[in-house]
Design a protein around this ligand. Sequence first.
Ligand code: GLN
Length: 196
Amino acid sequence: MPVIGVLSLQGDFAEHVLMLDTLEVNSMEIRSQESLQNIDGLIIPGGESTSIMKLLELFDLKNSIISRAKNGMPIWGTCAGMIILSQNIIHNEYQNKIHKYEPLKLIDIDVTRNAFGRQIDSFEFDLDVDGLEDPYHSIFIRAPQVSRVGKNVEVLSSITNTQPVILKQDNILVSSFHPELTRDNRIHELFIQMFS
Ligand code: GLN
């Protein structure tokens, strides 16, 4: 069984740890370069991508994460985590803070932050997901939209076949919603399957 690190600088990291517990997967909260060396995979949680990116630089973790990813370590980003792993971040009218941080550029997608609207526009949706038999009830909170999908990126799920919400490129998985806020651990299981 792999040891999964959960980036624990801001956001939903505790919820991811609890979900990994339900699968009996060992996890580790990551706040330092040293602890990054002891894990086989990493989850970057939902939260506020501007804050997480600022803290990634402050804790000097950005380059170490990029280099582990380039060496094949699986990484999964949920919501803000997806924004952080993208190639380019596009801003829109709801933006109150402009990102001055460059994303990690580990998956070839562009994302538009808060593109589904403000907090009040948060919604839930029953998604069909490749690899899952039954629909997955997903929670979207100030979610980003994927505005460009590179040719080597696989789309594993879309809303009404038009808006991709789970994507994968080699060892990088992203989802624009929050599987850690449900009681359904099947997307966490999909991530764990990337280690077999
Ligand atoms: N809107 C947030 C951001 O841009 C992401 C929201 C979330 O992770 N639920 O960082």
